[in-house]
Design a binder for this molecule. Structure first.
Ligand SMILES: *Cc1c(COP(=O)(O)O)cnc(C)c1O
Length: 353
């Protein structure tokens, strides 16, 4: 499929790289293609960034048929731009699509479209330390009827936003609390997909935690309310007695690409990594007897988010003395130096655009 180009005649001014924040500025263009059950994907195009005009009955507004991805384009020291394991994002997009009965994309075409789009927006990839161009592909049902039935029309869009360093002053430990009321996802549900509805259902707990001075919640499983699942919208890892423990992918956990990369790097460093169930009791025992050495969240946006304080009911615990653990720092340094092209990419994880 050919990608039609309709370029803007009024390019925007680039924002100040020290004031980017997250998802506040958008590039000059967006990629769009349409799907219907008769013709498949068609009409791939890059056009000026702007509002989408949708029918008020569009499926996405009423029945939440929406999935997305999040990845970054990084400015290398030599000035080139590269992506980090983008094929993993596209594979995951298709897994999410399958769960929500949305159409599959052609993986090769989509990777090619992503690269062409980033190449066009190359000048928008910032170069200050820790900055990047965040890419947000999303796909939604777009049937113009209120009938609840198989999706016959869908849209796939990619937008891009230059984003700042997640931590303005380097890594920063976060305070988290265990959420005992709401659950993010259940087995058999949509927990393993990146769908908008998962986020909508998790905001109330996030708001409550924020009101008490915590930046994220630690989610428990929805059945027994006993096993650790994720932290906020990140995967979570614990260093207990020299062994790294991370919740197994049971179906209600998002299979993070940062998680996968951390596991591979940790094993290369010689750490034993266990993907298994981890109960709150086991975690609180490790906190009490001092065998919990470090804990961190991991995801594309923050890369590594060290956990400095954990609240369980009325008990408050410090983790890694409330600071940044050695292993958290080492993982962050190792992963970010590959992503920004500072270290050699011995895993073939990156690709230039
Ligand atoms: C996106 C996401 C992650 C992290 O995935 P990455 O591929 O590492 O960015 C973890 N948990 C949830 C709920 C997510 O949506």
């Amino acid at each position: 499929m050919e990608i039609k180009m309709n370029l803007t005649k009024t390019p925007k001014e680039k924002p100040d790289q020290s004031k980017l924040g997250f998802g506040k500025f958008f590039t000059d263009h967006m990629f769009i293609m349409d799907w219907d059950s008769e013709n498949g994907w068609h009409d791939a195009r890059i056009e000026p960034f702007g509002p989408l005009v949708l029918h008020p009955a569009a499926t996405v507004f009423h029945y939440g048929a929406e999935i997305f991805e999040g990845l970054k384009a990084y400015r290398r020291p030599d000035g080139d731009v590269q992506l980090f394991r983008p094929w993993e994002n596209i594979k995951r997009l298709n897994n999410s699509a399958e769960r929500l009965s949305l159409p599959q994309v052609d993986e090769e075409f989509t990777l090619d479209a992503l690269k062409k789009f980033v190449a066009l927006e190359k000048d928008w990839v910032p170069s200050e330390p820790g900055t990047s161009l965040y890419l947000r592909p999303f796909l939604f049902g777009n049937d113009e009827t209120l009938g609840v039935h198989t999706i016959h029309h869908a849209k796939f869009v990619i937008i891009a936003s230059p984003v700042g360093a997640y931590y303005a002053e380097g890594l920063n430990p976060v305070k988290i609390m265990i959420e005992t009321q709401d659950v993010r996802a259940v087995r058999g549900g949509t927990g393993y997909t990146k769908c908008g509805g998962n986020y909508a259902a998790s905001m109330r707990a996030g708001d409550r935690a924020a009101a008490e001075g915590y930046s994220q919640v630690l989610w428990l499983d929805g059945v027994e309310r006993k096993y650790i699942e994720e932290v906020g919208a990140m995967n979570v890892m614990f260093l207990i007695n020299g062994v790294v423990v991370t919740p197994a992918l049971t179906g209600s956990i998002l299979p993070g690409i940062t998680r996968k990369s951390c596991i591979e790097l940790l094993r290369e460093m010689g750490y034993k990594v266990e993907e298994r169930l981890l109960s709150v009791e086991e975690l609180s025992a490790a906190l009490r007897d001092g065998t919990l050495e470090e804990a961190w969240g991991c995801g594309t946006a923050a890369v590594i988010s060290p956990i400095g304080e954990l609240r369980m009911g009325q008990a408050h615990y410090q983790v890694a003395d409330g600071g940044i653990g050695k292993l958290s720092q080492k993982l962050y340094d190792t992963l970010t130096s590959i992503q920004w092209g500072v270290a050699e990419d011995t895993h073939s994880w990156t690709c230039k655009v």
